[in-house]
Design a binder for this molecule. Structure first.
Ligand code: TMP
Length: 216
């Protein structure tokens, strides 16, 4: 096991990941705790190109299997160039999405298969997995209301992606898969109620992150 720590944030788009990651960054900065913030897809120059293909080119008619491989290509590059070197140098890495997103979106919601996508993910990450995954859980009906209105003052995210355009049923399947993953990996994946006020959620996240930092 590496000396560093990897924390991933997951949840449906609009569940508040960006806000909570920003609050965590402020908390870390106030304590002079060094960290790297990154994301999937799009954490490397290659990843930025892949992200554009995946999210904003509906004209390409990407098949579910091709989509699954593109996310894994992004991840392989991301882990090789950013995540693994940082972890091996003993750093804290916080990533906006990681392996669980592939299992939920491509494995379950797109029907590629949970087992297959889980295997591909382990290959892409060279066996590294997050030490902690914060799952911001929210009813898709509420998520859509939020995505429409709140997306996106930060400019970090495209206005309307291929995934946003999916039916509510698709997002329901993603949510189900995340919750099943959390039941399978209760030590790693912590489910938080994303409908709570942001300050309260932030406190819950700090309560999960602090013990992890003490052990570094
Ligand atoms: P983001 O907007 O949270 O950065 O994520 C972009 C979209 O990509 C989001 O709708 C979730 C989706 N996604 C997958 O379908 N599979 C994956 O493996 C990852 C990392 C993201």
């Amino acid at each position: 096991m590496s000396k560093g720590r990897l924390i991933s944030f997951e949840g449906l788009d609009g569940a508040g990941k960006t806000t909570q990651m920003q609050l965590l960054e402020q908390w870390l900065a106030a304590r002079d705790i060094p960290y790297i913030r990154t994301r999937e897809p799009g954490g490397t120059p290659l990843g930025v190109e892949i992200r554009h293909l995946l999210l904003n080119r509906p004209d390409l008619a990407i098949t579910p299997l091709a989509e699954a491989f593109l996310f894994q290509a992004d991840r392989a590059q991301h882990f090789a160039h950013i995540v693994i070197p940082a972890l091996e140098a003993g750093k804290l890495v916080i990533t906006d999405r990681c392996i669980d997103a592939s299992i939920a979106y491509q494995g379950h919601a797109r029907g590629v298969g949970i087992e297959l996508v889980a295997r591909l993910s382990v290959i892409a990450t060279q066996g590294y997995i997050p030490n902690l995954t914060i799952l911001l859980d929210l009813d898709p009906a509420l998520v859509h209301a939020r995505t429409d209105t709140a997306n996106d003052a930060s400019g970090l995210r495209e206005q309307q992606t291929r995934f946003d355009a999916e039916e509510e049923q698709f997002h329901q399947r993603v949510r189900e898969a995340f919750l099943v993953l959390a039941r399978i990996h209760p030590q790693r994946i912590k489910v938080l109620d994303a409908s709570l006020p942001p300050e309260l959620l932030h406190e819950q996240i700090i309560a999960l992150v602090e013990p992890l930092l003490e052990a570094m």
